[in-house]
Design a binder for this molecule. Structure first.
Ligand SMILES: Cc1ncc(COP(=O)(O)O)c(C=O)c1O
Length: 455
């Protein structure tokens, strides 16, 4: 019996799904520094026109250019697996499926948008892209994509991950990108942070400031910035994941899932898997859609819905999102890609509209779940993806206790072969749990007080 469900090349989606078209209550606009809606020219300094158009677009479907589809077809459609070995290990009555994004050249879902972004930048005459990366998955995805299009690529990698994950840096170099630890001495934002704290471990918020600063400083229009998560166009590009999964479950003769579960950092793999199901939910389906975050960086479960900056230094517009405050310095942990203070405005608006049921999980539960998954299904999950698996295990055990045949669809956003230092620390008993205390959150949100309020 084959428990992997494939689609043909021809079944790779031809259009991305845009949740903004269907969102009850619509979307609030990003705001410029003066508190009025951000203007096109403010965004044009860092993004090419076609991506800005997608960012603002209200259409339900946006065609995927044929050149992008051809490149995605190097590894897509990605397989959907029935996790029969995990089910057996748990002795569960639930049926568990996972969408395997670890099969991409960079090992995660991130190339789905990296290829699209590199394509639109190339068409706009851009020569170089700058970006940030947490765990290194996004940096390596963009390094891969820029290599396909002959673009230069510079990656600011969060220092704590840069030290933990030397092989990610080498992957980027192999694809021709340069990678520096952030905070760095190469930008004003980095130097300011190092002056405050020479031992600063970095954060995605600081690395974004550095990458945007470099793109803006160039001034020629030939250097732009690419973001691996958070923004609407990134969520859009990831929807191939959920659109394929729907076809695959149907092909397997399975009913629609009762639960859709994925981890969230800035929101992109979750959005990719879940937004096509969110459309069903808006139309009346009872599916429960669960974004899973670390309890040490709990923007959705403990943050506030506010206008806040996307980075530490204030280079980005104000975004309407669940946030812990842009100055929040997440504790170092091994799921570097989930160390972000805010959340995608689209995911945030979906939560506000009641479409999602977020959960926070502990670091030790995640590694334990990752090990159970590796020893049953065989794939060593990225520590980020283990957050989804930890929740899947909880839901499967609950289904068993209630005697239910719950159908669970989970996102396996990436493999953890470059994250073995985290697994080693777990086996050595060096990791601990840390639930962010409410008083730290209250203090950290103080930096948003001057921004316009959402009524
Ligand atoms: C494997 C993996 N999963 C999840 C994430 C979190 O990002 P997002 O919420 O945008 O999917 C990352 C980020 O680097 C990642 O590398």
């Amino acid at each position: 019996m084959n428990d992997r469900i494939f689609l043909s090349d021809d079944e790779l989606p031809r259009a991305w799904y845009n949740l903004a078209a269907d969102l009850p209550g619509g979307m609030l606009p990003p705001l410029g520094p003066d508190g009025t809606p951000a203007r096109l020219e403010q965004l044009a300094a860092i993004f090419p026109e076609e991506l800005i158009a997608q960012e603002m677009c209200g259409d339900r479907w946006i065609d995927i250019p044929e050149d992008v589809r051809t490149l995605l077809a190097r590894w897509r459609p990605s397989p959907l697996h029935r996790a029969r070995a995990l089910e057996a290990a748990l002795g569960t009555t639930a049926r568990i499926y996972y969408k395997n994004e670890s099969v991409s050249p960079a090992g995660s879902h991130k190339p789905n948008t990296a290829v699209a972004q590199a394509y639109y930048n190339k068409r706009a005459g851009v020569k170089k892209l700058t970006t940030e990366t947490g765990a290194g998955q996004w940096g390596s995805a963009l390094a891969f994509a820029t290599a396909l299009f002959g673009l230069e690529c510079k990656v600011y990698m969060v220092k704590s991950s840069y030290d933990q994950k030397p092989y990610r840096k080498m992957m980027m170099q192999t694809w021709g990108a340069s990678c520096v630890p952030s905070p760095s001495r190469e930008t004003q934002a980095g130097r300011a942070m190092l002056a405050e704290d020479p031992a600063c471990p970095g954060s995605l918020g600081i690395a974004i400031s550095e990458a945007v600063e470099e793109a803006v400083a160039d001034g020629s229009g030939k250097t732009k910035y690419a973001l691996g998560s958070v923004l609407n166009h990134v969520m859009l590009h990831q929807t191939v994941i959920g659109l394929e999964a729907k076809k695959q479950l149907a092909k397997a003769g399975e009913r629609e899932p009762d639960q859709v579960i994925a981890c969230v950092g800035g929101g992109s793999n979750f959005a990719g898997l879940a937004f096509p199901y969110a459309a069903d939910k808006i139309a009346g389906s009872k599916v429960e859609i669960i974004p899973v975050e670390p309890e040490s960086c709990p923007s959705l479960t403990k943050g506030s819905f506010l206008y806040d900056l996307g980075d530490v230094a204030g280079m980005t517009p104000l975004l309407p999102m669940y946030t812990l405050g842009h100055k929040f310095m997440p504790p170092t942990m091994h799921a570097g890609g989930l160390r972000y203070h805010g959340m995608s405005p689209l995911v945030s608006a979906g939560l506000k509209a009641g479409l999602f049921s977020p959960r926070a999980v502990s670091q030790l539960d995640c590694f334990e779940a990752g090990v159970v998954f590796a020893r049953s299904e065989g794939i060593i999950p990225a520590p980020e993806s283990s957050h989804a698996i930890a929740q899947v295990i909880k839901e499967a055990n609950k289904a068993t206790a209630e005697g239910k045949d719950t159908v669970i669809l989970c996102g396996l956003s990436g493999h953890g072969i470059m994250d073995l230092a985290g697994y080693a620390a777990y086996f050595a008993g060096e990791l601990s749990n840390y639930a962010l205390p409410p008083e730290v959150i209250a203090r950290s949100l103080a930096c948003t007080e001057a921004f316009p309020r959402i009524s």
